[in-house]
Design a protein around this ligand. Structure first.
Ligand SMILES: *Cc1c(COP(=O)(O)O)cnc(C)c1O
Length: 384
């Protein structure tokens, strides 16, 4: 039996053909495939605009830059996310504050955010970065209501949730990343995510001005667009108007992204099938807490997270049986770098409790029925 990871990419013959075809084009880096990927992704998500970038971390960094994060900025996020979610604020010199999580779903706790906002003078905080952990869509309508009271921008970290949606109070289905409630949303195309391009990322928004700024920041802060130029010396002329970066994604990778995107729905259906089987199989085992999905939520199942008391023992046992699970995540406020920024130790009991119990078990469309059965049987054995 081959080792079973918690997540992995699926590359089809069509994917390989798409990349081969892209290699025959005139452009290897920013050619027509970048724009095509952006257009198709925006259509899939239901956002007005999309900007493709070199990876999800670059996407977060560009969002922070575009929103003007600087030394005076104070931003709220969840401690249970990948470090990059918080790092983007640090890249721009800003300050990160962690709100505790809701123990039911592991997402940022709206009441805790409210408390944090109330303890500081109005205007102290400039933004919030919620994340749709594991693919459970964060209720951005609630976050928006609070954000409007305190004049905050929202960057939605939707890396786990392309294809997921929640239902707002008007009964309307709101796709993760559709730009209705968040100012900017970001995605990653790392191989363990829903859509793989190797390295890759995307920013979606409905804000045209932010969209234009992001495109300039993605390529050194340089523009050739006559409507932005202050002077014009001729055909070669460009202006660098902001301090930007090279966060471009090549055409080759966008070709893979487009090909993968065309299978997004099939992949999502398979993820739901796998989730149903896990939930059913573990329903009789009291020691395992499976995800609970409320009405009106469409979970994207980037991860299938179980919660158990003896997590380390289970992790080690599964590893000895060649099942490589993972823990998402070590709370960011406990990581040495973030600890070093604080004068006193921060305590976020819900996040710490979640970390002590969570385990992401194999979840990816190409996980075969036989492999899943082996995972289920091995976990069942451990508890019997
Ligand atoms: C993967 C991920 C990122 C970063 O994406 P990269 O493409 O690896 O840079 C950021 N946030 C979350 C929640 C992620 O899962």
């Amino acid at each position: 039996m081959k080792p079973i990871p918690y997540g992995r990419q699926y590359i089809s013959e069509e994917d390989i053909a798409a990349v081969t075809e892209a290699l025959r084009h005139d452009y290897l880096t920013t050619g027509p495939t970048v724009g095509a990927f952006e257009e198709k992704f925006a259509e899939y998500i239901g956002s007005g605009y999309a900007v493709a970038v070199s990876n999800g971390t670059a996407a977060l960094h560009l969002c922070a830059l575009a929103l003007g994060v600087n030394n005076d900025s104070h931003v709220i996020t969840s401690p249970i996310t990948f470090a990059a979610t918080a790092n983007c604020v640090k890249y721009c010199g800003g300050h990160i504050h962690f709100a505790d999580i809701n123990p039911e779903n592991g997402l940022i706790d709206i009441d805790n955010v409210r408390q944090l906002l109330e303890t500081c003078p109005k205007g102290f905080f400039s933004g919030i970065i919620p994340i749709s952990l594991a693919g459970f869509p964060v209720n951005l309508e609630q976050i928006r209501q609070l954000a409007d009271l305190y004049d905050l921008w929202i960057i939605e970290d939707a890396c786990h949730a392309p294809g997921g949606w929640f239902t707002d109070s008007a009964g309307i289905r709101q796709n993760c990343g559709n730009g209705v409630y968040a100012d900017l949303s970001i995605f990653s195309f790392h191989p363990v995510k829903h859509i793989a391009s190797g390295e890759g990322g995307m920013i979606t928004t409905n804000d045209f001005d932010l969209y234009e700024r992001l495109k300039i920041l993605r390529t050194h802060g340089i523009t050739r667009d006559p409507k932005f130029l202050r002077e014009n010396h001729g055909g070669w002329y460009y202006e660098m108007q902001w301090l930007g970066y090279n966060y471009r994604i090549p055409d080759i990778l966008c070709a893979l992204g487009i090909s993968q995107l065309s299978r997004a729905e099939t992949g999502m259906n398979r993820r739901h099938e796998i989730a149903r089987r896990y939930t059913e199989a573990f329903s009789d085992i009291d020691a395992i807490q499976t995800p609970e999905i409320p009405q009106g939520i469409f979970h994207a199942y980037h991860l299938y997270v179980i919660r158990v008391d003896n997590r380390k023992e289970l992790y080690d046992y599964l590893r000895s049986k060649k099942i490589f699970t993972q823990v998402h995540y070590i709370p960011i406020h406990t990581l040495p770098y973030y600890r070093s920024l604080e004068e006193e130790e921060i305590s976020l009991p819900n996040a710490e409790h979640y970390y002590a119990h969570c385990l992401s078990i194999p979840m990816y469309p190409s996980l075969s029925d036989e492999q899943q059965e082996y995972v289920i049987n091995t976990i069942t054995q451990f508890f019997s």
